[in-house]
Design a protein around this ligand. Structure first.
Ligand code: FMN
Length: 191
């Protein structure tokens, strides 16, 4: 008997983890460990796969084609993703694949961004230290999803990481895995 839920078996999920040093990570490492413990999704560690940053475009595109839900998981670096994920995006979401003539390969797939952030959530608003909300800062991902016909899901965010206790981190890990493995979206979020 399989202990997989029928939903996680039907929605094929690819989690692209862009953390430059997962060994030294606390938050992302725990989130990844929970996903792997359950074993329902494909975890793809970008920095470990491409230590020389030479990305295999055909391999990455094939991975995308084989999955319905794509998760970008990363620590927020200067209000954006670590650079290898941007490099990956620029190479993989190319003309004729993700956009333009024949570029409908991502259409209907889901995109879910999961970030960890050193700053506190209440700093991410007008007048706060970081001035802009997470939703605003993640607009390039959201609009990339829109432009390529993907369905943008609400981001999963772990804020103020230094204040997160081990107990809270366990709860985040369960919440995250539940969300990543959960029901497919019927519509995108406006964010
Ligand atoms: C180069 C760099 C840039 C960072 N920029 C931000 C930032 O813009 N906003 C923020 O909230 N945290 C920022 N941080 C903090 C990281 O987001 C935080 O260390 C990370 O989420 C911790 O996750 P981990 O335990 O998985 O390593 C930055 C950290 C580094 C090293």
């Amino acid at each position: 008997m399989s202990n997989h839920s029928h939903l996680s078996d039907s929605v094929k999920t690819l989690v692209i983890v862009a953390h430059a040093d997962l060994g030294a990570s606390r938050i992302n490492k725990r989130l990844v460990a929970e996903l792997e413990r359950r074993g329902h999704v494909t975890v793809h560690r970008l920095y470990e796969t491409y230590p020389d940053e030479k990305i295999d475009v055909a391999r990455e595109q094939a991975l995308l084609l084989a999955h319905d839900r794509i998760v970008f998981q990363f620590p927020l670096y200067w209000y954006s993703s670590p650079s290898l994920l941007k490099k990956w995006l620029d190479a993989i979401f190319e003309l004729g694949f993700a956009h333009g003539r024949g570029g409908d390969k991502l259409k209907g797939k889901e995109l879910l961004v999961a970030i960890s952030s050193g700053g506190a959530a209440n700093m991410f608003q007008a007048g706060g230290l970081h001035n802009y909300s997470y939703s605003e800062l993640l607009r390039p991902f959201q609009q990339t999803a829109n432009y390529t016909g993907m369905i943008y899901r609400s981001p999963f965010i772990v804020s103020e990481i230094r204040e997160v206790t081990d107990e809270q981190l366990e709860k985040y890990a369960v919440e995250y895995a539940d969300y990543v493995e959960g029901q497919p979206a019927t519509t995108g979020t406006k964010g």
